[in-house]
Design a protein around this ligand. Structure first.
Ligand SMILES: [Cu+2]
Length: 74
């Protein structure tokens, strides 16, 4: 990336236990509340979450947010 001045980062990780749209909404809301997060995309079938943020996220922050939503990183 040489054409942009931002350091936008996309991280992909797994979340265990999501089973429906409510789970997706809870995880999206909690992760979306982390400072710097710009977008959260949940793939329910794959149990994966893709997070776009303005800077690399601390995995501890992600884990805390996912836990707050009622799930755990897989
Ligand atoms: Cu659910």
């Amino acid at each position: 990336m040489t054409t942009t001045t931002t350091t936008e980062t996309t991280a992909d990780f797994r979340v265990a236990g999501m089973t429906c749209g409510h789970c997706v909404r809870a995880v999206t809301t909690e992760i979306g509340a982390i400072p710097g997060v710009e977008a959260v995309a949940v793939d329910l079938a794959a149990g994966r979450v893709q997070v776009t943020s303005t800077h690399p996220l601390d995995e501890a922050d992600l884990a805390a947010a996912v836990h707050e939503a009622g799930y755990d990183l897989a």
